[in-house]
Design a protein around this ligand. Structure first.
Ligand code: CTP
Length: 398
């Protein structure tokens, strides 16, 4: 909830400005007051009348408005807010912010305050990917500006990729998180991530191609919504998210112990690619070559961590999410896997080499629950994580 929070909302000139009307409505429903500022370009997409009608207050547009200066100086306008939100955050507004320009009301407000800021970028995919924009993103991040989105998907201009403004509900969740009051505040969530390494001897091990990217993005997204996250990770390629409790493990057996130690939790997301087998008796010392004689490795099955937690008789987490990495009959196999393991949801994905998902930056998932399956469009792993985190927040609040 955003009771008594005062948001200054800057609406830039992008096609996504129409979503900001819904954002205003949702913010007010959460208890916030919204002071809208409409840039000149923003006014080409939505009318001042609809903005002020939804905000229930007048919309500010001009830097040199003497009547308003007499009532409330523009500097006061941004300083009296608890948070400045820029949505849509156009490439132009971001460039101005990064440069410290102040040639209109919006950019002056953004420069004249140290109030925290949240930006919801919205632009064509090429503009987002352009090195100049990415430089501005890096500058703004290091200046302490928070970001929500952009999402990936079909764009109004007919292209596909990152650049779509985050949905109003996602922006509200990010605003709540900015106040340390996200929808997952007070919830403790366990995330497993990365591959496991099963030792053959002290120098050799059996591993898999998981990079840990999806699990890491999920840990970050849950933390962003205010959850207390315990992040149990195998030796991943990517660094663990910040703001979470990180427990590093190597093998499946170690992962199980770490998971047991993390309980009880409200929810568990099992994104790790746990090795199904380990070498039954790994050698204490390095196995040496023996005149062309091949070593024979005997395997033993690893504990199924997801199944074990899902089937707990007491203290089972309210919501358990498993992953199903499949190469054939993805939906049928994942549906059967959900029932076999006893988890609530399965995030199924096709990890055939041709999809480029394992180790790649995108994911193409189907969410399977007892109510059926939900096909998500192919999107970045971060977008998958944010969508999943919001769904988890909703499920835990129902
Ligand atoms: N998992 C686990 N412990 C294991 C194996 C898997 O916790 N020992 C979890 C994974 O983290 C994932 C889910 O189970 O959430 C499914 O993993 P997957 O590798 O797709 O399934 P398997 O159990 O290996 O089944 P199969 O070999 O039939 O594909």
């Amino acid at each position: 909830m955003l009771d008594s929070k005062h948001i200054l909302l800057i609406i830039g000139g992008g096609i996504a400005a129409y979503k900001s009307l819904d954002l205003i409505r949702k913010l007010r429903e959460s208890g916030a007051t919204v002071t809208p500022v409409l840039t000149r370009a923003g006014g080409e997409f939505v009318t001042p009348l609809s903005v002020s009608a939804l905000a229930g207050t007048e919309v500010h547009r001009d830097l040199f408005d003497l009547t308003k200066e007499a009532e409330m100086g523009h500097i006061q306008l941004s300083r009296s807010a608890d948070l400045l939100v820029v949505a849509p955050g156009t490439a132009d507004l971001m460039a101005k912010m990064a440069q410290g320009q102040a040639d209109d009301l919006a950019s002056t407000l953004l420069l004249a305050t140290d109030t925290p800021m949240l930006l919801a970028p919205s632009m064509n995919v090429r503009m987002w990917d352009h090195p100049a924009t990415q430089r501005n993103v890096a500058t703004l991040r290091s200046d302490g500006v928070s970001f929500v989105g952009p999402n990936e998907g079909d764009m109004a201009c007919g292209e596909y990729g990152p650049g779509r403004m985050a949905e109003p509900l996602e922006i509200v969740a990010a605003i709540e998180a900015a106040f340390g009051d996200g929808p997952l505040k007070g919830k403790r969530i366990l995330v497993t991530s990365g591959p496991t390494h099963e030792p053959i001897d002290p120098v050799r091990y059996i591993a898999n191609r998981s990079s840990g990217a999806q699990g890491t993005a999920i840990g970050a997204a849950l933390a962003k919504l205010g959850a207390e996250v315990v992040f149990v990770t195998g030796p991943a390629d990517v660094a663990p998210p910040s703001g979470v409790e990180v427990v590093k493990v190597q093998s499946a057996a170690e992962m199980l112990s770490a998971v047991e130690a993390a309980l009880p939790v409200d929810a568990g997301v099992f994104a790790a690619a746990v090795a199904d087998w380990r070498v039954a008796s790994s050698s204490e010392s390095k196995i040496k070559k023996k005149n062309g004689k091949m070593p024979v490795l005997e395997f033993a099955e690893n504990p199924d961590i997801l199944a074990q937690v899902s089937q707990m008789k007491t203290g089972r987490p309210t919501l358990i999410v498993g992953f199903a990495a499949e190469t054939d009959d993805v939906i049928a196999n994942a549906t059967a896997k959900r029932l076999r393991k006893g988890c609530d949801w399965i995030v199924a994905n096709d990890v055939s080499p041709a999809t480029g998902i394992m180790g790649g930056s995108e994911n193409d998932v189907t969410l399977i629950s007892k109510d059926g399956s939900e096909d998500w469009p192919r999107m970045g792993k971060q977008a998958v994580a944010e969508r999943l985190a919001l769904k988890i927040a909703k499920a835990l609040s129902d």
